[in-house]
Design a protein around this ligand. Sequence first.
Ligand code: GLV
Ligand code: MN
Ligand code: MN
Length: 396
Amino acid sequence: MTGLDDIARIGADPRRGGYSRHGYDRAELELRTWFTEEAGRRGLGVECDRNGNLWAWWGPPGEGAVVTGSHLDSVPGGGAFDGPLGVVSSLQALDLLQAKGFVPGKPMAVVVFAEEEGGRFGLACLGSRLVTGAITPAAALRLSDPDGVTLAEAMRSAGLDPALVGPDVEVLRRIGVFVELHVEQGRGLIDLGAPVGVASSILAHGRWRVSVTGEGNHAGATLMVDRRDPMIAAAQVVLAARRAATGVEGARATVGRLVPNPGGTNVIPSSVDLWLDARAEDDARTRAVVESVAEAARAAAADEGCEVTITEESYGDTVVFDPALRDKVSTVLGGVPALPTGAGHDAGILAAHVPTAMLFVRNPTGVSHAPEEFAEAADCSAGVVALASALEALAR
Ligand code: GLV
Ligand code: MN
Ligand code: MN
């Protein structure tokens, strides 16, 4: 039992496979209700902060708390573990501590951050960015989903007041330390032969929107020489992304979303939007990848008689997790290995404000953001025991 069985039917995506659970959609709201009920069954008091993040408190809320948790939303067609494993493990870790009669010397809480993946509104770690002021309320409220529903509208229909979103120093002051457990999103722990590890760092990463504009026209009636087809330029941007990242050590670049407008089989699109996800060890390398893709995009657009604009939609520099906290947690867990990750997390956003650590649970497929993402039940149990030990040591 990983504890994920209770929510296995919520947000299952029969078309794409895996799960599609996005900020304030029906599935995510159902998961939030599930979390509130589970917390209530344990005697935890649940609050929703101004930015849509849920907090389940063991005892009265207070400053300097030991906080654990993760997120419940997914990428489109994502795996079962990314996010929810951290939430169920947090609840189970508190169960272990309560069962052994542990009396925390500090406030303790489990948090569920809103829209961590940015699967609906395009911006990853939306809830933690809002709390910490990494995005302004005005910029956040302008975000909209592919159907044109704004974040403000989605929050309102979930019973939240969008006028209240924004930096929240009271919430931040309550976090003394944050520990996020997560399924590993690579093969590090397999190679190390360890069920659990701690995080050392996160790659610098960001998202850029590339919009290419050409001339919409008829697929049959328009001679090849007469076309200004933005899809031709977009295709070259995709190839340039691979080329650019291959040329920079440790870098990664991905085009996972490409939207032609209007999008008809027999229509030359008038414009194409695509999103570049670029990551590398540091700011300079990440920027070098993006600049190289941007140059290729400008050249390809010019060749095709198109125009291109490139907009940075989000960016975060390299995160190095608090070394003292990392070592303390590793030692408490008997010297588990520390490993870096290429994935972003709310813990990475919070790391600029409070001491933050992450625990990773081995993933035998090494796959993530896809239905094949997995963790063995025994490793998930080891993760819960490890999290409980870490929280106990921090809250003593
Ligand atoms: C989130 O998981 C990301 O790394 O984009
Ligand atoms: Mn993810
Ligand atoms: Mn995640």
